[in-house]
Design a protein around this ligand. Structure first.
Ligand SMILES: [Zn+2]
Length: 353
């Protein structure tokens, strides 16, 4: 049975190319992607978020360089997808604003469409990464044939990003779950009765104890208290220099304080996974973001805690997986908004020049 992907109206030619842009707080990464998800070219540069105009200029600079580097692909450009942090009015292609970033009601979709003469789609960065994992990352091959053209996307997926913050992009029945203004803020569920104040104004949030900065801070505290000589050694003798990478390395070497911190992190992220499971009943729960790059030691800790908390469930290693797209999830997911359009965009969210 052949799976036919929904396509945009009026795509030029048989082999459309999409440009995907991942906009962060400090940098812009962009990729040109072929119809099968292959990266043709990539480019990156700093973002200047001080104003709407400076942000646009820095995004254009990266996209211009990328398109100039691949003129043949430029001629087949079907559209541009972009993901950005904070509030996004995806129907209008407008970035409404984000903490620490000064842009406000930035009409990015229209600006991209006008400048490059193609479709544009703009979405929140975590939703974009979830869409990328669903459309170009974790796909189920048809049981009938091993032909990659028959690969079917996952229709129920939770993507949990663990980096400077914790959040989830949720895919339900092949659609992005958006809520009223922004669904999936699982980092700000006040799970813990620990009195730790979160930047969102509540206390006991998962993000305040389990995001990358909190994990690193716990390691620095342990080193400063003299609990882990090995952690201190890895950080060059300076407790203030201890990072998440050092904690994971020390834990793998058998350091008991670092193993305790990694085990606690695994417990917190297991809670995040189980919240997604109970709320959405997804086929897959995918972890991405900077801290997830720690790889097997972190996933072993997550899986061990899920096995403990859900002893009669399926093996968590079969449904809780690392990102298939890794650091490219944002840019590839943005391209996937064009190559494998999300139903909402087909109905209402594509900006045209
Ligand atoms: Zn919070």
């Amino acid at each position: 049975m052949k799976n036919s992907h929904t396509t945009l109206p009026g795509l030029p030619g048989e082999t459309p190319i999409a440009l995907g842009i991942d906009i962060g707080g400090t940098k812009v990464a962009a990729v040109l992607v072929g119809p099968d998800g292959t990266v043709i070219a990539r480019e990156r540069g700093p973002v200047a978020p001080q104003s709407n105009q400076s942000a646009l200029d820095s995004i254009f600079a990266v996209a211009d360089r990328l398109l100039e580097s691949a003129p043949a692909a430029r001629a087949r450009l079907a559209g541009i997808g972009a993901g950005a942090p904070g509030g996004v009015d995806w129907r209008r292609g407008v970035l409404t604003g984000a903490t620490n970033l000064a842009w406000h009601d930035l009409p990015l979709g229209q600006a991209l469409s006008d400048r490059y003469g193609c479709y544009a789609a703009v979405e929140n960065d975590v939703n974009v990464a979830a869409w990328g994992e669903r459309s170009l990352g974790h796909i189920i091959m048809s049981t009938v044939t091993s032909n990659s053209a028959d690969a079917a996307p996952i229709d129920h997926l939770a993507f949990v990003t663990v980096g400077t913050g914790i959040g989830a992009g949720l895919i339900e029945d092949g659609r992005i779950v958006r809520g009223k203004r922004g669904a999936g803020e699982i980092g700000h569920i006040p799970l813990l009765d620990n009195g730790v104040l979160c930047k969102c104004g509540m206390s006991g949030c998962l993000e305040a104890v389990a995001a990358g900065p909190a994990f690193g801070a716990a390691g620095r505290d342990a080193a400063a208290r003299g609990e882990s000589p090995r952690l201190l050694e890895l950080a060059g003798g300076d407790p203030a220099a201890v990072s998440a990478v050092h904690i994971i390395a020390a834990a793998q070497e058998g350091d008991s304080a670092a193993q305790r911190l990694l085990g606690r992190e695994g417990h917190y992220l297991a809670l995040a996974a189980l919240i997604c499971w109970r709320m959405l009943d997804p086929q897959l729960i995918v972890f991405g973001g900077g801290l997830s790059e720690a790889g097997p030691p972190l996933f072993d800790a997550i899986w061990a805690n899920v096995r403990r908390l859900r002893p009669h469930g399926p093996d968590p290693a079969t449904y809780i997986l690392p990102s298939a797209l890794g650091p490219d999830a944002g840019a590839l997911g943005a391209a996937a908004l064009i190559l494998r359009p999300e139903p909402g965009f087909l109905a209402a969210g594509l900006v045209t020049h």
